[in-house]
Design a protein around this ligand. Structure first.
Ligand code: GLY
Ligand code: MN
Ligand code: MN
Length: 460
């Protein structure tokens, strides 16, 4: 890895994060960065992504490293590259140089870690080689799929407390990711009229990310089958009359993410039915953003989206009844089966490696209600939190053809009227919204949401 240079401001930010952690826990912690996994032989590797908890305190994606945090101090444990590695990878910075870059208080070879494990807490890293090593060294199971226990749980809660709201260093990175992502989506819209298949639009979008020396923060969704929520196929042809749903986000070199969705007509003009539904989704999107303020329950923002969508669908004659009652009966979930959004930070769905520890206020549990079970964030909002707002409308065959659901909502849905909206398979509009003292700031606001403005971009 060639290290990028870290500014003094960032070193100060990293130090402040370590100090703040020290105020929350009175035991040492070791965070591993993780390692890349080989594909078919040791030197052919899947792309490396350092653990986000490591990145938060160390700043740089150093493979196969660990940091020990105690009383605000950071000790770095990593090995210098083997002499033979220069042939393949060029001259690499030495441990001491990297330690200076990240403002470490001391630096040691990895083997020294073994004598520093007394009373140490940790968080499981995702790659199997590393969590196996964590478990062996600490002599207890440290598994990514298990909820942390004991001091590991205390550490996880402390890190959640820090990472829930973003400091200036984080916000500078998140703004970079958002700005590039805005350009990514514009490039996708511009490329659509000349594209024959989804993959060409994906290429035009990811090209912008790669050209900024960034990566995608999740696997891109670029599909004419937006009803498949996490569709990762790109082979479908683009036909006039199709809507293209693109959910693509950039991640900065230091690992900070954006997460944006737009839906646009392949031929540059929404049909009247597509436009009707688009405007319902947009009304929900706008109402939710207007409601974001510190102290507001994110669950209430979700329910507001459900109500606005239900109202819009009643107005279009697709649903029958009163919006609040329809939401009480989960009718909206037939078309909007997921939550209104999630935390965003070093990861898309930030800190979901810790289950619901970050997303759910202590003492709250996921609802098993159809429509609320996928709500990933259930806390009062705080200044400095970054969340997505991503209402959507989908005609998912597995839901709409479900015999039980169809009979439960036989008279509530005007199925015949719904059939007139067959050219709307999936629409989602997603932005990244920072909670501020005054309300909110949409970091991705430079990307239009208005249907006519989107059409204009597609038409060049
Ligand atoms: N891109 C995944 C999501 O929006 O949650
Ligand atoms: Mn999202
Ligand atoms: Mn998304």
């Amino acid at each position: 890895m060639q290290i990028q240079s870290i500014s003094n401001t960032l070193i100060d930010t990293l130090r402040q994060r370590r100090q703040r952690l020290a105020q929350l826990i009175d035991f040492p912690a070791i965070l591993w960065s993780g390692n890349s996994c080989p594909r078919n032989f040791p030197a052919n590797l899947f792309p490396y992504r350092a653990s986000s908890h490591f990145l938060y305190f160390a700043g740089l994606p150093l493979p196969n490293a660990a940091i020990r945090l105690e009383a605000g101090k950071l000790e770095l444990f990593m090995d210098d590259p083997a002499p033979s590695s220069a042939l393949w990878h060029g001259e690499m910075p030495k441990r001491e140089e990297i330690a200076a870059q990240i403002g470490a208080d001391a630096a040691y070879p990895r083997a020294k870690l073994e004598s520093q494990l007394e009373g140490v807490a940790t968080i499981a890293v995702q790659d199997p080689a590393t969590w196996t090593q964590q478990s062996q060294l600490l002599n207890r199971w440290v598994l990514p799929q298990n909820q942390p226990q004991g001091i590991d749980l205390e550490l996880a809660k402390a890190i959640v407390e820090l990472r829930l709201t973003h400091d200036e260093g984080a916000l500078a990175e998140l703004r970079k990711a958002a700005a590039v992502t805005v350009e990514v989506h514009k490039a996708g819209m511009v490329a659509t009229p000349n594209a024959k298949i989804e993959a060409e639009v994906r290429a035009a979008m990811e090209k912008v990310i790669i050209a900024h020396n960034m990566t995608t923060s999740y696997n891109s969704i670029v599909t004419v089958h937006g009803e498949v929520l996490h569709n990762e196929q790109y082979h479908h042809s683009l036909q006039p009359g199709d809507l293209l749903l693109a959910d693509v986000g950039a991640e900065t070199e230091m690992g900070w993410a954006a997460d944006v969705t737009r839906t646009w007509p392949v031929n540059g003009k929404f049909s009247s039915t597509q436009r009707d539904i688009y405007d319902v989704v947009l009304a929900a999107h706008d109402a939710c953003i207007a409601k974001i303020h510190p102290g507001v329950e994110y669950r209430d923002i979700h329910l507001l989206a459900c109500t606005v969508m239900a109202e819009g669908l009643v107005d279009l004659g697709i649903l029958r009844g009163n919006a609040e009652d329809l939401v009480e009966r989960d009718v909206h979930s037939l078309f909007f089966p997921h939550g209104i959004g999630h935390l965003l930070g070093l990861d898309v769905h930030d800190m979901e490696d810790l289950g619901d520890l970050a997303g759910y206020e202590q003492g709250r549990k996921r609802s098993d209600r159809f429509g609320l079970s996928y709500l990933r964030l259930n806390r009062p909002l705080r200044t400095g939190m970054l969340v997505t707002i991503e209402p959507g409308f989908y005609q998912v065959p597995a839901i709409l053809n479900d015999v039980k659901l169809r009979s439960r909502y036989q008279y509530t849905v005007n199925w015949e009227r719904l059939s007139q909206f067959g050219d709307v398979r999936g629409i989602r509009i997603e932005d990244d919204v920072l909670v501020t003292e005054e309300g909110s700031e949409v970091l991705t606001a430079a990307l239009p949401t208005d249907a006519s403005a989107v059409e204009e971009l597609v038409n060049g």
